[in-house]
Design a protein around this ligand. Structure first.
Ligand code: NA7
Length: 282
């Protein structure tokens, strides 16, 4: 089984590394070729064109930024669907709208390419540790083929139903993530304005029933007011926008969507999503 990996951003690099470490033959392509260097150092073969990558691979993974990027990879003029892909399996792990996943499923089916939408919950840390949570839509038989590889990337892979089900579940879990990060931020600011220090409040939250690995993991960053991106705020803003566009509106979904959009507009997009606290501090 030869794996063709497309997309070597913050997530793609550690994920492809885990497949290499598990012994898979991994061949990589990235729009910006220089980003493949860490993978090549680990033993991956860098392939110059998508066409060559397709010719050499049995399974194609895509892990790119957004709907536009995924559509460029699949349906662009030199994209996967312009190439002989019949009988191969594509696994898109990017977070995109369920509509885009269903659109790609339709187009790939036409080309004879089997297709799974398989976005992940978890940022760079879990990606490095192979502890992502993976949500999958598509044919169950294709899920079973992908499962041994997904097991190297994550601690759990859920099969959820037809194409679009994976991306739907991803938007739901990231809605909770966006709400949680804004909720913690507002709680800290509320406590601060009543005279309770941030460090003490973080300790209290961590020991309480609402303390989570997420909040404990962000504590050092909050205290240092330093937000290197584990999960970039721009991607969270995208996911909340997609959740709102899914047409099922809830009061908190509308609120967090607006907050993250404003934070993005004020230039915080490349920072970690926890920088929403800095945005709310004003
Ligand atoms: P990054 O670190 O922003 O990386 C994005 C990747 O997507 C990177 O490899 C980009 O290539 C690639 N990309 C972006 N646009 C295109 C187009 N138009 N064509 C080809 N490749 C493209 O994102 P993360 O790794 O943090 O996240 C990936 C996904 O997981 C995303 O959906 C998140 O929401 C969750 P580049 O290196 O810029 O040439």
């Amino acid at each position: 089984m030869i794996i063709g990996w497309i997309g070597l951003g913050n997530m793609g690099i550690p994920m492809a590394s885990n497949l290499l470490a598990a012994g898979y033959d991994v061949r990589v392509w990235n729009r910006t070729p220089g980003k493949a260097a860490p993978l090549v150092a680990l033993g991956a073969k860098q392939i110059a064109t998508l066409s060559k990558l397709v010719a050499q691979s049995d399974v194609l993974f895509t892990m790119v930024s957004d709907d536009e990027a995924v559509k460029a990879i699949y349906t662009g003029s030199d994209g996967l669907l312009s190439l002989p892909v019949q009988g191969k399996l594509a696994v898109d792990m990017s977070t995109v709208s369920p509509d885009t996943s269903r659109f790609l499923a339709e187009r790939t089916k036409h080309a004879g390419l089997r297709f799974l939408d398989a976005p992940v919950s978890g940022s760079v840390g879990p990606a490095k540790e192979g502890k992502l949570v993976i949500m999958v839509g598509g044919e169950q038989a294709d899920f079973e083929v992908a499962k041994p590889m997904l097991d190297k990337l994550g601690k759990a892979a859920f099969y959820l139903g037809p194409n679009g089900a994976g991306t739907s579940a991803k938007l739901a879990i990231n809605l909770l993530l966006g709400i949680t990060v804004q909720g913690v931020s507002e709680t800290l600011l509320f406590a601060r304005s009543l005279g309770i220090g941030t460090e003490q409040m973080l300790d209290i939250i961590s020991e309480s029933a609402v303390g989570t690995p997420l909040i404990r993991g962000k504590a050092a960053s909050i205290l240092a007011d330093d937000y290197p991106a584990a999960f970039a705020l721009k991607h969270m803003a995208k996911d909340l926008r997609l959740a709102n566009e899914a047409g099922v509106s809830t009061p908190l979904a509308e609120s967090v969507n607006a907050t993250y959009r404003h934070a993005l507009e004020s230039g915080l997009g490349e920072l970690d999503l926890m920088a929403i606290l800095r945005h709310l501090e004003g």
